[in-house]
Design a protein around this ligand. Structure first.
Ligand code: GCW
Length: 673
């Protein structure tokens, strides 16, 4: 149930006036999200207050009624003074608790459901304040991606096998898929791509299309649209054509036909997600066609149905480290910049938040500043691939905010990433966000109770990126665990300290997560970062460390930003300490703005970060008895693991650079065991 527990609220009597006595759900078809909203309100009021409330689908005049419906349905039944709801946008809602009657009005049916969840979230937190306001989304696309394989495994999944696939087919029992849709709807996610971007063509067999219909049918009452990832070579792999050239007439026919078949089964499908010409995946470049030609192939097939072609910007080639100017971070802008203006209007380029790959600290991807005539979406990762794989607590909202809030200053005008992806900055019709989530069959969903704050926060920020990560976390904590101030304080402290701690004991100063780059992406392995083709290099030797990404002497990456930002990163003296080694190759004795040397910062940060992780154990132990034993023990096990593993990280990294540089730790901790 995660944050949708509707746990009894101590101290509130059933009879209290503010508890609704009737539910009116104005749109009566059972697949409507408004119908779902009625049921959800009933379930919530029952759970929170122990009060049985009935649902009707016609208007009644009575006090202490919750009315939920679309604005249009409400206007028909009751008449409406437009002023209150005039500014609603798609998926938005109006919520009013004034005067004893609760009004929850959606611009569309989905919006009505979102409003019901908002109201229930207030009740579950014991918040009975009188409110009336409208809430609109920052952007229309608020999706999750699942990297589920058809055999039921999940790439970078840490919560057990797939809830969607098994043995090459869609599973029979979709009750978990339905529960997932409910969770997603409660944080206003409106689309889910359910299979891996490293996609298998067999998803498109008639049997599997019938399976997709079943998934869409359980998603629909929650307003979650189904989407799928495609294998670019499907016409050849599945259709037995001799080619998958995106300009070939038989290939175009094949995709048109498949798309027609899918929409026949799933008339409201969200669209496709495509990873092409990346990490061994097929794509248009194989035929000397551009990535835009590849993306538009799908856009044209989807266009009659209003579908969206999400096309990933994560395209790069293997590189040779002996070339000082080689830089994987340059790849996305190099591949996409010149294509700006060539993408169809229903293509959205999906861009990872940083230029490399979900690292503990990256600068904002400069591609956001280079696509002015293209729809864009940001790609985040709830699955903690490089960030402890749900065995470490790392609350990610503060990391995501460093990117969402970043001002790229395109044309010397305010160009904040959240305004670019919303479409506002460059007047684009579409845009938004996607997060790789990878929930599985584990009953915690992600493999860890505390990791669920990241899924919750993702939805909240996709809707309203200006929200405060700490406030979001506290809502989540009250809903998931308890309103007890001790619980709130402990979980807030642990969570808010967790990303800085992880950065401190994994990889500092923008050098990236110093993990095993070749296989697991888990645990310390600084030596694996270099001398391979992956381009996530540190260029560490016995005197120096860092990537020179300057225009003057390095890879030129800094020059991919608009002038004001480029100038800041070009110069070590204006580069923030936390990105120094991302942009500059310096001596270990280089002095930071903080006054410390690079090497001493490494030592101190690793000891501090690990020391902070140690404190999570007693903080959690202080909650014994205030949280049910099952969840208490589950989390305690992980916190003890993190405390120990942070020491492994600390010692591995500190000793590695101590050995490499030969520079002693001024505190005499490193190398003295
Ligand atoms: O982060 C890397 C992962 C791959 C993943 C790839 C991608 C799905 O290690 O497992 O492949 O990114 O985003 O496509």
């Amino acid at each position: 149930a995660a944050w949708l527990r509707y746990a009894p609220l101590p101290g509130v009597a059933k009879s209290e006036g503010s508890i609704p006595s009737n539910i009116v759900a104005l749109n009566a078809t059972t697949t409507s999200p408004v119908y779902t909203a009625g049921l959800e309100l009933q379930k919530g009021i029952q759970g929170i207050f122990g009060k049985q409330v009935s649902i009707t689908h016609q208007s009644i005049e009575s006090l202490s009624t919750v009315v939920v419906g679309t604005v249009d349905a409400y206007a028909q039944e009751y008449g409406l003074d437009d002023d209150d709801t005039a500014d609603l946008e798609a998926d938005g809602f109006w919520l009013s608790t004034l005067n004893g009657t609760i009004q929850i009005l959606g611009q569309n049916e989905r919006g009505a459901l979102y409003g019901a969840f908002e109201y229930l979230s207030m009740l579950a937190q014991g918040n009975f304040s009188q409110v009336s306001y409208i809430s609109n989304p920052n952007a229309p696309i608020r999706w999750v991606n699942q990297w589920d394989n058809m055999d039921g495994s999940i790439e970078r999944g840490y919560g057990g096998p797939s809830i969607f696939f098994q043995n090459g087919l869609i599973v029979n029992d979709l009750s978990r898929a339905e529960d997932y849709a409910r969770l997603l709807a409660s944080v206003r996610i409106n689309g889910a791509i359910i299979n891996n971007v490293n996609a298998n063509a067999s998803l498109l067999t008639p049997q599997n299309i019938a399976g997709l219909k079943r998934v869409a049918d359980v998603f629909r009452p929650y307003g979650v649209q189904l989407g799928i990832s495609l294998n670019f070579a499907s016409p050849q792999l599945l259709g037995n054509l001799s080619t998958f050239d995106p300009l070939d007439a038989s290939v175009i026919d094949w995709w048109t036909n498949i798309t027609d078949q899918i929409y026949e089964a799933v008339p409201d499908m969200a669209g496709y997600l495509v990873k092409a010409n990346s990490e061994g995946q097929p794509g248009p470049i194989t035929y000397n066609r551009t990535l835009a030609q590849g993306a538009n192939l799908f856009a044209k097939a989807l266009q009659p149905y209003g579908g969206v072609a999400m096309f990933r910007a994560f395209v790069y080639n293997q590189l040779n480290e002996s070339d000082w100017r080689a830089d994987r971070a340059n790849a996305a802008v190099q591949f996409f910049k010149d294509l700006d203006g060539q993408f169809d209007d229903n293509v959205v380029v999906q861009i990872k938040y940083g230029p490399i790959d979900f690292q503990v600290r990256e600068p904002t991807s400069p591609l956001f500043a280079n696509l002015l005539q293209t729809n864009t979406a940001i790609e985040l990762e709830v699955a903690q691939e490089y960030l402890g794989q749900q065995c470490h607590l790392v609350y990610l909202a503060p990391l995501w905010k460093t990117v969402l809030d970043f001002d790229l200053k395109v044309d010397n005008q305010s160009s904040v990433v959240s305004d670019i992806i919303s479409g506002k900055r460059f007047n684009r019709p579409l845009g938004g966000s996607a997060a790789v989530v990878n929930v599985g069959t584990n009953n915690t969903w992600l493999g860890s109770h505390l990791a669920m704050s990241n899924l919750y926060a993702y939805g909240r920020l996709a809707w309203a990126p200006t929200q405060d990560p700490e406030a979001i976390l506290q809502d989540w904590t009250r809903l998931t665990f308890s309103r007890d101030p001790t619980v709130l304080r402990a979980i807030t402290q642990m969570s808010m300290e967790s990303w800085p701690a992880y950065e401190n004991y994994s990889g500092n100063l923008g050098v990236q997560t110093l993990t095993d780059i070749l296989y697991t992406h888990f645990g310390p392995n600084p030596q694996s970062m270099d001398n391979n083709g992956w381009g996530q290099w540190t260029r560490a030797d016995h005197l120096t460390i860092g990537m020179d990404r300057t225009v003057s002497n390095g890879t030129g990456f800094a020059g991919q930003y608009p002038p004001e930002i480029a100038a800041m990163y070009e110069d070590p003296s204006t580069t923030p300490d936390d990105l120094l080694l991302w942009f500059h190759h310096v001596n270990y004795t280089h002095v930071l703005h903080s006054g410390k040397t690079v090497i001493q910062h490494f030592y101190d940060a690793h000891y501090n970060g690990s020391a902070v992780a140690q404190t999570f154990v007693p903080l959690w132990e202080s909650l014994k008895g205030k949280i049910d034993d099952q969840r208490y023990n589950h989390v305690l096990f992980r916190q003890e693991y993190q405390a120990g593993h942070s020491i492994v990280w600390r010692d591995a990294i500190s000793n590695f650079y101590h050995n490499l540089s030969g520079i002693p730790d001024t505190e005499n901790r490193v190398g003295n065991h």
